[in-house]
Design a protein around this ligand. Structure first.
Ligand code: PEP
Ligand code: MG
Length: 901
C-alpha cells in the first residue's frame, strides 16, 4: 500500500479523515460493486505536508505515476495518448463538505495531439475541442491563477460573432479558434506555453487543489462552519467520463428523498449532453430526474437501484452526483445528505417504518435545536412580503415592530404597550434594557458573535445583525435602504431571525403546526396534521419512553403552568414568587419595607397573604397531581423600591425650590438609601431576606399551605414543595425550616388538612452550598440547582452585567465556545453540581435532585444533568419539549449503539 495515494479498493467510508468525504465514499461505492470511474485518492496527509513545507512529499510524484499507470492499464489507454487518450479529472474532497469552495480541473491529458485522437475516437470533433478549451480555461484560472474574465471575454466575443445564444451553438471551428486564443492568453500572461506534457499538467493541478484549501473563500467558509483549518483536503484523480458526448449522455444530481420536506421518492435534476459544472452554473435548464426514464430507461432503472442500495447501506438519505456516458451510468459522488430540521424528523420516522433504523437511532438523528427551530413563530408563509435587506440570522424567530433607535425609547414605548424593534448600527451594554423591551433587534454591523447576536440569543430574542445594506443613522432616526428610500423612527419593520431577512411593514406571524400540536390544538391523527407533526409526535413519544430525567417547568402563574403541562411538563420546578409582587402589588411590598412597627409589618403581610394564596391556588390547580416547587422571595428588596438616583434627585430638586417634600417621600428615600447595595446580587437576598424580615417567609409558607388546603377541600391533589433560595450554610436552612414547619402544623390544625408532609428543600446556587451539600442535605429534603447564580458566583461574573460587557470578546478569543450562562460550564460549575449531588445523596439517599437554572432547557447541559444522575430538569414552558427530547437522546446515547453512518 502506498503512503500517500490510495486505490479505491484500499479505501472505505470510515477513512474520511485521510481520504476526504468524496474519496472515502467513492471507495465505499466501488467496494459495493457500484460503477465508479477508476480513481485514486491523494491523502490529506500529503496535502498537510505540502501546506506546511511548501513542497509535496518526495515520494508523491512517483506514487502518482504508478497509480496513473494502473489506471492506464485498466482502461487500455494512455494518459494523453495520441489515438485514444485517457483523460483525468482532479477533484478536491475534504473531510467535511465545502461546496464550491475549492478547485476542480477536468480533462487533464488533452494537448494539441491528443485532442485530435479524442476527436477521432469519439467521432465528435466538436466535443474534443470543447473539452480542450475547458481544460485550458480551468487550468489557466485555477492552476495558473489567471483572471477568469480573460477567458470569459473570449467566449462572449466568439458567441457574439457567431450569433450563438449559448456555448452549445458554437461549431468546432469556433472552438478551435477559441483554443488558440486561450493558449495565447496563457503564453502572454505567464510567459510560458500551456504544458503539453500530461503528467506535468496532472502534478500542477494537484498542487492547485492543495493550494485551494487556503483560498480566501475556503478560509471564510471554514470559519463559519467551524471546520478546523489543519485538516487539509484530499485530492481525487478520476478517469474522465463524459456527459457531453451527445443526447445519449448527460449528468445529474439527486437525493434519495426530498431534503427540504423529507418526502419519499427520489428528487433530482438531470441535464442532457452536459458536464457537471453546467448543472451548477445553471447555464441551461435542467429537467426533473424522472424524465430520464422516458428516454434512457436502462440508465434510469440502474440509477434507481443504486440509490436504493445506497440508502440501504448508509441507512439514511444520500445525495449523489452521476454521469451517463453514451448510455453507461457512472457514479461520481455520494454522501449522507444535509436536510432541513423538518425533514430530519420526517426522514427519521420513515426509516423506522422501513425497518432501516430503530427508535433509538431515530432519536440520535434529530436534536433539540432542530425542534426549537420548528417551534419559533413564523411569518405567515401565505403573506405578501416586501424584503428590504438581508443580514445574519443571529437569533431565530419572527418579530414585527416600530423602529426605535435608542434603548431608552425602546423601554419607554414598550412600557406604553407598543411593539418595537430596536435598530442600531451595533449594540453595546447600554442597550440591554432596550433589547429586553424590544420584540427584536436589528443591527447593520457585526456578525453572529456580535454583542447583539450573543445577547439576543441568550434572551431568546429575535435578532438580525450585520444587515449591511441598511444605512442606519441613529442620530437622525433614519434607515437608508438600498433602493434609495428612507425609513424613519416609528415605521414598521419585520425581521426574520431564522433567515436573516428584513421586511418593510408588518408581516403577520402564525404559530407553526408543531406548536399547535404541543398545545393540543392539532393531533397527529387529524387530517390537517402533516407528516412533520406526525413525525414530531412520534419522536417525542420515543424520547419520553427512553428518558430517565423528568422535565418540569419554570412557571409562576396559572396559564404558564397549564401551558407547560400541555407541553409535557410533569410539574413546576421553579415558581419565582417575586414575579407575583410586580405591578400594582409592588406598593404592598413597599409598605412592608417601610413598616416601622410590628403592627405595620403585620398589616402589610396580611394584605399580601390572600393575593399570594390566590396565585398558588391557580398554579396548584393547573398542575393538579403534580409537584410544584415554590421558591420563597429571592431578589434584593430595593428592586421593589424606586431608583436611588431618581429619588435623591427628586427630593433635592424639591428641597432647593422650596417645595414641600412629603413625609412619605422622605421615608421612602431613607429606606432606599438604607437598602442600597453596591453588589445587590451578593447582598440581602434569598434566605438572608427571610432571616432579616420577620414574617415574610412564614407568610409565604402560610399562603402555600392555605392554598393547598383549599385545593384539597375542593377535591384537588396539590403537591407543593417549599424551596429556600441562596442558602450557603445548613443553619440558615434549619432556622427557616423550623419556622415553616410551625406554620405547616398551624394551618393543618386550622384547616383539618394534613400539610405537614410538604417537603422543604433548598436551592444549591452558591459554591459554599455545593461544597457543604453533605451537611445541607441533613436539613434539605430536596435540592434544586440554581445554575444561573451558581455560574455567576463560581466564575465571579455578574450575570446582569458581563454578558453585555466582554462576552463577545471571550467568545471570539475562544475562552468560551459558548456563554456559560447559556450552556453549563461542565468542567467548573458542573463539577460543583456533581459533588453536591454525590455528597447530598450520601447524607440522604432519597434526596430528590433537580435543576432550575436556564441550563435546564439547554441541550448540551441536559445531557450533562442526565450523566450526573439528577432526577429532573426544569425550564421555561417553551423549552419543555426540547428538554424532553434531549433527555431521551441523552439516555439512548448512554445506552450506546452505533451511529450507522
Ligand atoms: C438560578 O439562580 O439558577 C435560579 C434559577 O434562580 P434565579 O435565576 O431566579 O436567580
Ligand atoms: Mg438564583
Amino acid at each position: 500500500m502506498s503512503a500517500y495515494v490510495y486505490d479505491l479498493s484500499e479505501g472505505n467510508k470510515d477513512l474520511k479523515d485521510l481520504l476526504g468525504g468524496k474519496g472515502a465514499n467513492l471507495a465505499e461505492m466501488h467496494n459495493m460493486g457500484i460503477p465508479v470511474p477508476p480513481t485514486f485518492t491523494i491523502t490529506t496527509d500529503a496535502c498537510r505536508e505540502y501546506l506546511t513545507t511548501g513542497q509535496e512529499p518526495e515520494s508523491l510524484a512517483g506514487e502518482i505515476d504508478e497509480h496513473v499507470t494502473a489506471l492506464e492499464q485498466a482502461a487500455g489507454k494512455t494518459l494523453g495518448g495520441g489515438d485514444d487518450p485517457l483523460l483525468l479529472s482532479v477533484r478536491s474532497g475534504a473531510k467535511f463538505s465545502m461546496p464550491g469552495m475549492m478547485e476542480t480541473v477536468l480533462n487533464i491529458g488533452l494537448n494539441d495531439t491528443s485532442v485530435e485522437g479524442l476527436a477521432k475516437q469519439s467521432g465528435n470533433p466538436r466535443f474534443a475541442y470543447d473539452s480542450y478549451r475547458r481544460l485550458l480555461q480551468m487550468f489557466g484560472k485555477t492552476v495558473l491563477g489567471l483572471e477568469g474574465d480573460l477567458f470569459e471575454d473570449v467566449m462572449d466575443e466568439a458567441k457574439r460573432d457567431a450569433g450563438a445564444a449559448s456555448d452549445t451553438e458554437l461549431t468546432v471551428d469556433h472552438l478551435k479558434e477559441i483554443v488558440e486564443k486561450f493558449k495565447g492568453i496563457i503564453k502572454n500572461e505567464t510567459g510560458n506555453d500551456f504544458p503539453q506534457e500530461p503528467r506535468e499538467q496532472l502534478l500542477a493541478a494537484v498542487r492547485a487543489v492543495f493550494n485551494s484549501w487556503n483560498s480566501e473563500r475556503a478560509i471564510l467558509y471554514r470559519k463559519r462552519e467551524n471546520i478546523p483549518a489543519e485538516l487539509g483536503t484530499a485530492v481525487n484523480v478520476c478517469t474522465m467520463v463524459f456527459g457531453n458526448l451527445g443526447d445519449k449522455s448527460g449528468t445529474g444530481v439527486a437525493f434519495t428523498r426530498d431534503p427540504a420536506s423529507g418526502a419519499q421518492g427520489v428528487y433530482g435534476d438531470y441535464l442532457q449532453n452536459a458536464q457537471g459544472e453546467d448543472v451548477v452554473a445553471g447555464i441551461r435548464n435542467t429537467i426533473p430526474l424522472t424524465d430520464l426514464e422516458g428516454f434512457d430507461k436502462k440508465s434510469y432503472d440502474e440509477l434507481m437501484n443504486i440509490m436504493s442500495t445506497l440508502e440501504g447501506h448508509y441507512k439514511d438519505l444520500c445525495d449523489i452526483e452521476f454521469t451517463v456516458q453514451e448510455g453507461k451510468l457512472w457514479m461520481l459522488q455520494t454522501r449522507v445528505g444535509k436536510r432541513t430540521a423538518g425533514a430530519a424528523f420526517v426522514i427519521a420516522c420513515q426509516l423506522i417504518d422501513e425497518g432501516v433504523i430503530d427508535e433509538a437511532e431515530a432519536l440520535r438523528r434529530v436534536d433539540g435545536d432542530m425542534l426549537a427551530q420548528l417551534m419559533f413563530p413564523q411569518f405567515d408563509p401565505a403573506a405578501t412580503k416586501k424584503k428590504i435587506a438581508k443580514g445574519m440570522n443571529a437569533s431565530p424567530g419572527a418579530a414585527t415592530g416600530h423602529m426605535v433607535f435608542n434603548s431608552a425609547e425602546a423601554v419607554e414605548r414598550a412600557a406604553a404597550g407598543e411593539r418595537v424593534i430596536l435598530v442600531r448600527r451595533e449594540t453595546n451594554p447600554d442597550d440591554l434594557g432596550g433589547m429586553i423591551a424590544a420584540q427584536g433587534i436589528l443591527t447593520s454591523r457585526g456578525g453572529k458573535t456580535s454583542h447583539a447576536a450573543v445577547v439576543a440569543r441568550g434572551m431568546g430574542k429575535t435578532c438580525v445583525c450585520g444587515a449591511e445594506e441598511l444605512d442606519v443613522d441613529t442620530k437622525n432616526g433614519t434607515v437608508g435602504l438600498p433602493d434609495g428610500r428612507t425609513l424613519k423612527a416609528g415605521d414598521l419593520v419585520s425581521i426574520d431571525g431564522t433567515t436573516g431577512e428584513v421586511f418593510d411593514g408588518e408581516v403577520p406571524v402564525v404559530a407553526p403546526p408543531v406548536v399547535q400540536y404541543f398545545e393540543g390544538e392539532l393531533t397527529p391523527e387529524q387530517i390537517e396534521a402533516d407528516d412533520l407533526v406526525r413525525a414530531v409526535s412520534r419522536i417525542m413519544d420515543a424520547a419520553d419512553k427512553h428518558r430517565a430525567l423528568g422535565v418540569r417547568a419554570n412557571a409562576d402563574n396559572g396559564p404558564d403552568s397549564a401551558r407547560a403541562r400541555r407541553f409535557g411538563a410533569t410539574g413546576v420546578g421553579l415558581c419565582r414568587t417575586e414575579h407575583m409582587f410586580l405591578g400594582d402589588r409592588r406598593a404592598l411590598v413597599e409598605r412592608l419595607i417601610l413598616a416601622d412597627t410590628p403592627e405595620e409589618r403585620g398589616s402589610a403581610l396580611d394584605a399580601l397573604l390572600p393575593l399570594q394564596r390566590g396565585d398558588f391556588v391557580e398554579i396548584f390547580e393547573a398542575m393538579d397531581g403534580l409537584p410544584v416547587t415554590v421558591r420563597l422571595l429571592d431578589p434584593p428588596l430595593h428592586e421593589f423600591l424606586p431608583d436611588l438616583t431618581e429619588m435623591t434627585a427628586r427630593v433635592a430638586v424639591a428641597d432647593k425650590s422650596g417645595e414641600e417634600v412629603s413625609e412619605k417621600d422622605r421615608t421612602l428615600l431613607a429606606a432606599v438609601e438604607r437598602l442600597h447595595e453596591q453588589n445587590p446580587m451578593l447582598g440581602l437576598r434569598g434566605v438572608r431576606l427571610g432571616l432579616s424580615i420577620k414574617g415574610l417567609f412564614t407568610m409565604q409558607a402560610r399562603a402555600i399551605c392555605e392554598a393547598a388546603a383549599e385545593r384539597t377541600k375542593a377535591g384537588g391533589d396539590p403537591k407543593p414543595e417549599i424551596m429556600i433560595p441562596l442558602v450557603g450554610d445548613v443553619h440558615e436552612l434549619d432556622i427557616m425550616k423550623d419556622a415553616i414547619r410551625a406554620v405547616q402544623a398551624e394551618v393543618s390544625e386550622a384547616t383539618g388538612v394534613d400539610l405537614t408532609q410538604i417537603p422543604i428543600g433548598t436551592m444549591i446556587e452558591l459554591p459554599r452550598a455545593a461544597l457543604t451539600a453533605g451537611d445541607i442535605a441533613k436539613s434539605a429534603e430536596f435540592f434544586s440547582f440554581g445554575t444561573n447564580d451558581l455560574t455567576q458566583t463560581t466564575w465571579g461574573f455578574s450575570r446582569d452585567d458581563v454578558e453585555a460587557e466582554f462576552f463577545s470578546n471571550y467568545l471570539e478569543r475562544g475562552i468560551f465556545k459558548i456563554s456559560p450562562f447559556e450552556s453549563l460550564d461542565t468542567t467548573g460549575v458542573g463539577r460543583l453540581v456533581q459533588l453536591a449531588a454525590k455528597e447530598g445523596r450520601e447524607t440522604r439517599p432519597e434526596l430528590h435532585l433537580g435543576v432550575c437554572g436556564e441550563h435546564g432547557g439547554d441541550p448540551a447541559s441536559v445531557h450533562f444533568f442526565h450523566q450526573v444522575g439528577l432526577d429532573y430538569v426544569s425550564c421555561s414552558p417553551f423549552r419543555v419539549p426540547v428538554a424532553r427530547l434531549e433527555a431521551g437522546r441523552a439516555a439512548v446515547e448512554e445506552e450506546g449503539g452505533s451511529d450507522t453512518r
